[in-house]
Design a protein around this ligand. Structure first.
Ligand code: ARG
Length: 459
């Protein structure tokens, strides 16, 4: 037991209490941030004349050597220390002696942990953003390749109207683009430095909080010391953004799973991203997509857990907040592993254009266009809808598509139909005439793709 706070106590901590209270097993992943924060703190203390330059340099050398030894494996972070802050400080004192005891001047573990976590999350927000961007690059490349790959668009998982694969994938492009915007908003809001808040009420030392904030790349210091040590909003926002990313990945996974079935056959997953069955030799399973869909639950769980942890905590710091870490770390690791796996799976998938197109041809995805044809020839839409519906009914009974009807059969329902109906309801026309901004027609789709390309080049 290496503790920072024995003075006021006459008895040793019970071992079970010590273990229950300790966070070293999970907060050790913050060692780099803890050392980085200490470096900035010490530089500021020296600048303010609270430490001498010589003391500063000894502490900085000590911190460097701790970081080096942790990274080369010669210094192990063990359960002997209560948390990562105690580990660094105790080792510093072991290495440089009494000067090391000055490191914690004008600082509390409360502002220290608030800083460490913020530095860690800030880095992870950027990393997640990078991973989402890589997914967007793959999506856009596929969109560029598939502007003329026709497929059915669905509502209620029933074939509705024909679209293109570029258009369908473009929907995911928009979702993941918004995810990036959320991440960048979170980054902007969280990028303020809590160091110098002390335990809760600041300190009487003349700290220069602007200086430490700028050394650590923050936009400035936080404005209220009590809030600084008890704010976990930024983490909740990040977990919320991660949950939304997982929700999007999970929907996409669901589609990949359905598209990969024997019934759909829209796609073929690459062997390198599929798994087999121990008993059924014919199986090629979409386990990666299923795992991504399945892992969504634990990310939502981390968000719910932290919201619940925070809801009853009075100001300022309370130990409950130590519970922010394990769930958040798990959620961050989960998303940051799901994203590249999903991207890899998508990039290696074969899209079966012929199957998609054949599927778009049957299922009456052009029934709306039959009605629109009539409207263009002066029939009110509601009547046109009825005529088209009756033609569909006839086709279902006779097992054919609308395109297979003879002109006489069309005319039995309405004399307005002419030879040009076949052209008007061909798959190509149905898609290419849909030229409202945001629709699948190639001309507008190309425009949107150009805008998406411009966005990826900028951000
Ligand atoms: N391990 C603690 C945490 O993660 C560090 C802060 C401890 N502060 C305290 N006053 N006990 O929240």
């Amino acid at each position: 037991m290496a503790q920072l706070w024995g003075g006021r106590f006459t008895k040793k901590t019970d071992q079970m209490v010590y273990d229950f209270n300790a966070s070293i097993l999970f907060d050790q992943r913050l060692y780099k941030q803890d050392i980085e924060g200490s470096r900035a703190h010490v530089k500021m203390l020296a600048k303010q004349g609270i430490l001498t330059e010589d003391e500063r340099d000894q502490i900085l050398d000590g911190l460097d050597s701790i970081q080096r030894d942790v990274e080369n494996g010669s210094l192990e972070i063990t359960k002997e220390y209560e948390d990562i802050h105690s580990f660094v400080e105790a080792n510093l004192i072991d290495r440089i002696g009494d000067v090391g005891k000055k490191l914690h001047t004008g600082r509390s573990r409360n502002d220290q942990v608030a800083l460490d976590m913020r530095l860690y999350v800030r880095e992870q927000v950027q990393y997640t953003d990078q991973l989402v961007k890589e997914l967007l690059e793959v999506l856009l490349k596929l969109m560029e390749e598939h502007v003329a790959t026709y497929m059915p668009g669905f509502t209620h998982l029933q074939k509705a109207q024909p679209v293109t694969l570029a258009h369908h994938l473009g929907a995911y492009f928009e979702m993941f683009r918004r995810d990036r915007e959320r991440l960048s908003d979170i980054y902007k809001r969280m990028n303020y430095c809590p160091l110098g808040a002390g335990a809760l009420a600041g300190t009487t030392y003349p700290l220069d909080r602007d200086y430490t904030a700028s050394l650590l790349g923050f936009d400035g210091p936080t404005r209220n010391s009590m809030d600084s040590v008890s704010d976990r909003d930024y983490l909740i926002e990040y977990l919320s953004a991660l949950s939304t990313i997982m929700m999007h990945l999970s929907r996409f996974s669901e589609e990949m799973i359905v598209w990969n079935t024997n019934e759909y056959r829209f796609i073929e997953l690459d062997d390198s991203y599929s798994t087999g069955s121990s008993i059924m030799p014919q199986k090629k399973n979409p386990d990666i997509a299923e795992l991504v869909r399945g892992k969504t639950g634990r990310v939502y769980g981390a968000l719910m857990a932290l919201l619940t942890t925070m809801k009853g905590i009075p100001l300022a710091y309370n130990k409950d907040m130590q519970e922010d870490k394990e769930g958040a770390f798990d959620a961050i690791d989960t998303v940051n592993s799901c994203l590249p796996l999903f991207t890899g799976m998508l990039a290696t998938t074969t899209f079966r254009k012929d199957v998609m197109e054949a599927s778009a041809r049957n299922g009456f995805t052009n029934a709306t266009d039959v009605a629109d044809y009539l409207v263009n020839h002066g029939v009110p839409f509601r009547d046109a809808h009825g005529i088209s519906g009756r033609l569909v009914l006839k086709c279902i009974a006779e097992g054919k598509a609308l395109d297979d009807l003879t002109l006489e059969e069309f005319r039995e329902e309405s004399p307005v139909f002419g030879e040009d109906i076949y052209e008007a309801i061909s798959l190509k026309t149905c898609v290419e005439k849909r030229l409202t901004y945001g629709a699948p027609g190639e001309e507008v789709m190309q425009q949107v793709i150009r805008e998406c390309r411009g966005y990826l080049q900028e951000a």
